[in-house]
Design a protein around this ligand. Structure first.
Ligand SMILES: C[S@@+](CC[C@H](N)C(=O)[O-])C[C@H]1O[C@@H](n2cnc3c(N)ncnc32)[C@H](O)[C@@H]1O
Length: 362
């Protein structure tokens, strides 16, 4: 058992089964044993690879988009450039290098990195950014003002609660302790009328066996982002894997060394994620009174942002092996059987009359 599994077993024996969100929060962010606390999990030799680690093109295109968005917003100075979950800092480094092509943008930027992991903060500090960042544990402490925010594979790391329907009604899925097996185990709360009422609007015709996932943390952060944009103007680009309509099945998954793992087996030592509910994020923007575009596929996003042109530019100065690597990276980022369709992008936007962000049609 991992040290965190032992701590969770003690907690569950003391206070009873915990929600899936409580389990995820502990597994990812426990101050001592949480997955993100002690390791750099990102990269070919680690647990998973993200788009900016596949190719510089990803961050560069997002950087050019940031600069153009700043122009569309009327060149606010200062402008808060906020990244949620910057990982190794690769995306923001590539983005700022490319965005420097628009005079004045980098100088106007105040960079705020929302990062829970001390290990990743050290990597972000070492990546050589042209603007000194301020780090934050959460969005709460980021100042207000005109904002351009980016979040790549951030929302999937936020804890979800799971609700499961049976012939008897709706239950909450819980993590308990199986004494006989000596391990953490899935359990269900008793069915409840309160849950049935709460879920009636979300999944009115769900058959028995359906699972609905809800991320209170994602909802709170999305509301905060939308409120900031409504108050002072700006844009937020959210890129992640997820669904445009709730699939009524569980999407929680564990990954270690690029392979699927059992979510309960080694808490703190495997990455846990859940697919992002893009329809829910879009509803929040509408409810908060700001504009929302998408979701669109990552393939559409990167094509609209100019990945073909950028790949051609890189290949012009490349050896044959480097050119093949550029093509392979582009295929991985945009291919329908790779990241192109599963990954999606959503844009929150609140800009001046006449301003229009670059974003492909849905
Ligand atoms: C899957 S990684 C993505 C990293 C990066 N955006 C990329 O594309 O390579 C998730 C990032 O979000 C951070 N993170 C996860 N949960 C967080 C939370 N609740 N608050 C702040 N940062 C968090 C992680 O430490 C990590 O930097």
């Amino acid at each position: 058992m991992t040290p965190l599994a032992e701590a969770l077993a003690r907690r569950i024996r003391r206070q009873g089964p915990i929600t899936v969100a409580e389990f995820m929060a502990a597994a990812l962010s426990d101050p001592v044993h949480g997955y993100y606390r002690a390791r750099d999990a990102i990269g070919a030799s680690a647990d998973f690879v993200t788009a900016p680690e596949i190719s510089q093109m990803f961050g560069e295109l997002i950087g050019l988009w940031c600069a153009e968005t700043w122009r569309q917003l009327g060149r606010p100075d200062p402008c808060l450039l906020v990244e949620l979950g910057p990982g190794r800092g690769t995306l923001i480094a590539d983005a700022l290098r490319a965005a420097a092509r628009l005079a004045g943008f980098v100088e106007a930027c105040h960079l705020h990195l929302v990062e829970a992991s001390p290990v990743l903060r050290r990597q972000q500090a070492a990546v050589g950014l042209p603007v000194a960042p301020d780090w934050h544990d959460s969005l709460d402490t980021v100042p207000e003002g005109p904002t351009i925010a980016i979040a790549n594979e951030f929302f999937d790391a936020l804890p979800v609660r799971q609700f499961q329907k049976s012939a008897a009604g709706w239950h909450e899925r819980l993590v308990g302790w199986d004494d006989a097996a000596g391990r953490l185990a899935w359990m269900l709360s008793p069915p409840s009328d309160g849950l049935a009422t709460a879920l009636a609007g979300v999944a009115p015709d769900a058959p028995a066996g359906s699972v609905v996932e809800v991320s209170p943390a994602a909802v709170a952060i999305a509301r905060d982002l939308a409120g900031r944009l409504r108050a002072a103007g700006g844009a937020a680009l959210i890129v992640d894997y997820g669904y445009a309509r709730a699939p009524l099945r569980e999407t929680l998954q564990a990954v270690r060394r690029h392979e699927r793992a059992d979510p309960l087996s080694d808490p703190g030592e495997v990455d846990l994620t859940a697919h992002v509910d893009f329809a829910g994020l879009a509803d929040i923007a509408r409810h908060e009174g700001i504009g929302v575009l998408g979701p669109v596929s990552q393939a559409s996003l990167l094509t609209a942002f100019g990945i073909d042109t950028r790949a051609d530019q890189l290949k012009r100065a490349a050896t044959p092996a480097q050119a093949a690597a550029v093509d392979a990276a582009k295929a991985r980022l945009t291919g329908a059987d790779a990241m192109g369709h599963l990954f999606k992008a959503l844009l929150y936007w609140h800009g001046p009359q006449g301003g229009a962000p670059v974003f492909p049609p849905s």
